[in-house]
Design a protein around this ligand. Structure first.
Ligand code: FES
Length: 131
C-alpha cells in the first residue's frame, strides 16, 4: 500500500477556487490549513505564522514562498520553514489534485527538514519588516 493510499484525504476546494499565485484558508471539520496555488502545483501549510500566528493564507506569494501579512516573515511553502524575519516553522500537509478537486491529508501534517544554509542566505539578502 502506498503512502498516498494509506492517507485520509479530505476535499477542501476546487482548483477554480484559488487563483494562481494566491492562497486561501481551507477547512474540513476542525482542520484548518492555508492552501496555495503556485501555478504548477498546490501546496498547503498550517495557517498560523510561526511568529505571532498571522494568517499565512492572506500573505503575498513569491516563488515557492509566502510573506506573512502581519510582519513580513518569509515562509517556504515546501518545507514550512521561515527563511527570513526570524526562526520558526509550520507543518506542511500532503496535497492531492484529482480532476478539479483538491484534497488535503490533514492528519498527515508534518514538520519537514529545514535547509539552514538557505535560511542563512535569505536572512543576509532580505530586509524584513521588524515585528
Ligand atoms: S505573525 Fe507572521 S510575521 Fe509576525
Amino acid at each position: 500500500m502506498s503512502a498516498d493510499a494509506s492517507m485520509k484525504w479530505f476535499r477542501v476546494a476546487s482548483t477554480r477556487d484559488i487563483p494562481e499565485r494566491e492562497g486561501r484558508r481551507v477547512e474540513y471539520g476542525p482542520h484548518i490549513a492555508a492552501l496555495f496555488n503556485l501555478g504548477t502545483e498546490y501546496l498547503a501549510v498550517e495557517n498560523q505564522c510561526p511568529h505571532k500566528s498571522g494568517p499565512l493564507a492572506d500573505g503575498i506569494v513569491a516563488g515557492k514562498n509566502v510573506f506573512c501579512p502581519l510582519h513580513n516573515w518569509k515562509i517556504n511553502l515546501q518545507n514550512g520553514c521561515a527563511l527570513s524575519g526570524g526562526t520558526g516553522q509550520v507543518k506542511t500537509f500532503p496535497v492531492k489534485v484529482s480532476g478539479s478537486e483538491i484534497y488535503l491529508a490533514f492528519e498527515s501534517a508534518a514538520y519537514q527538514a529545514c535547509d539552514l544554509s538557505a535560511q542563512a542566505q535569505e536572512s543576509q539578502t532580505s530586509n524584513p519588516v521588524e515585528g
